[in-house]
Write a protein that binds this ligand. Sequence first.
Ligand code: NAD
Length: 346
Amino acid sequence: MNIPHQRLRDFVTAIFRAAGCKDAEAERVATHLVEANLVGHDSHGVIRVASYVQWLKAGKVLADRAIEVVFENDAIAVVDGQFGFGQTIGEEAMKIGIAKCAKHGVAVVALRNSGHLGRIGDWPLMAAAAGKLSLHFVNTTGAGILVAPFGGIERRLSANPIAAGIPVTGRPPILLDISACTLAEGKIRVALNKGVSVPENCIIDSKGKPTTDPKVFYANPPGAILPIAAHKGYGLAFLCEVLAGALTGGGCSNVKNADRVINGMLSIFVDPNFFQTDAVFTAELERFIAWVKSSEKVEVGGEILLPGEIEERTKMKRLRDGIEIDATTWSQLAATAQSVGISEII
Ligand code: NAD
């Protein structure tokens, strides 16, 4: 099915409203999920609606929560998301960081106990829209222990996304948005729903044997995701757990918390204008970008993209052509809508 983004957003907004969120939060959650589909990260798009609604019904995520500030000074805030929707809590955390950074040139926000923060790229983009460079380290202390450590075969770490946004005058922000594991779990679920294989060298079965079958990952005993770049990705994932888990107070991956999905995030904000004039910073970035892109290409007619460019292109296309939703995801969406009393399915 190809659905225009506005219709999908309205439908998902209606689902969250019927499930118990106030209008503003229902629209906010829907907007972030549909944005993830628009930029091509279907793993963090409306495929999540069914589980978000289940978590809401089970009291594992709470509607219309606000951040509680645990500690703050001029440049630091330690905040607690109170198990609210990550889309609401994440926006609030960014506003705090952006405001502190605007005054002092740097700021660090340590967020714990947030509901699922979705596509982490949303947060550096929000900071970049306010002219701030930012870096975000995320873990999932609860359900979401998915990744085997380098040298191991059992799940010990979460997917551990790292995201960074760089505002550049005159062009869209540069956006790096990657998890420290080879494949976001949502992408394995997308493959399962579509009945297709996952790429090679991404997952192992419960005995540590490489596989491309998404069913094996969800088997009992389960498989695990491999870290990116072997020991280096494992090292980055470990760092994420420490910054987003131990430093925020939310906790590193811990089976004791496995009954709900809880994200922690350490966000570092920098105002480039405190370090360089905009003209100098922009000129250096433009020189560097042109130099990087001038490399001879692997393939004739090939292209070198900046981090974030592929998402912008996908967004232009999907804004124009609509968002393709596979049959399984669609039937899950429709069943979720019915479960909250919506009979008219778009
Ligand atoms: P991915 O492998 O698709 O990588 C995305 C990044 O690579 C982007 O910065 C993109 O611009 C860049 N990129 C892609 N193709 C490129 C190319 N040809 N040239 C240059 N750059 C290119 O992402 P992923 O690791 O699968 O993560 C997917 C999403 O899942 C992310 O949005 C992430 O934030 C999210 N996630 C969230 C959680 C959570 O707990 N909330 C956990 C894991 C992942």
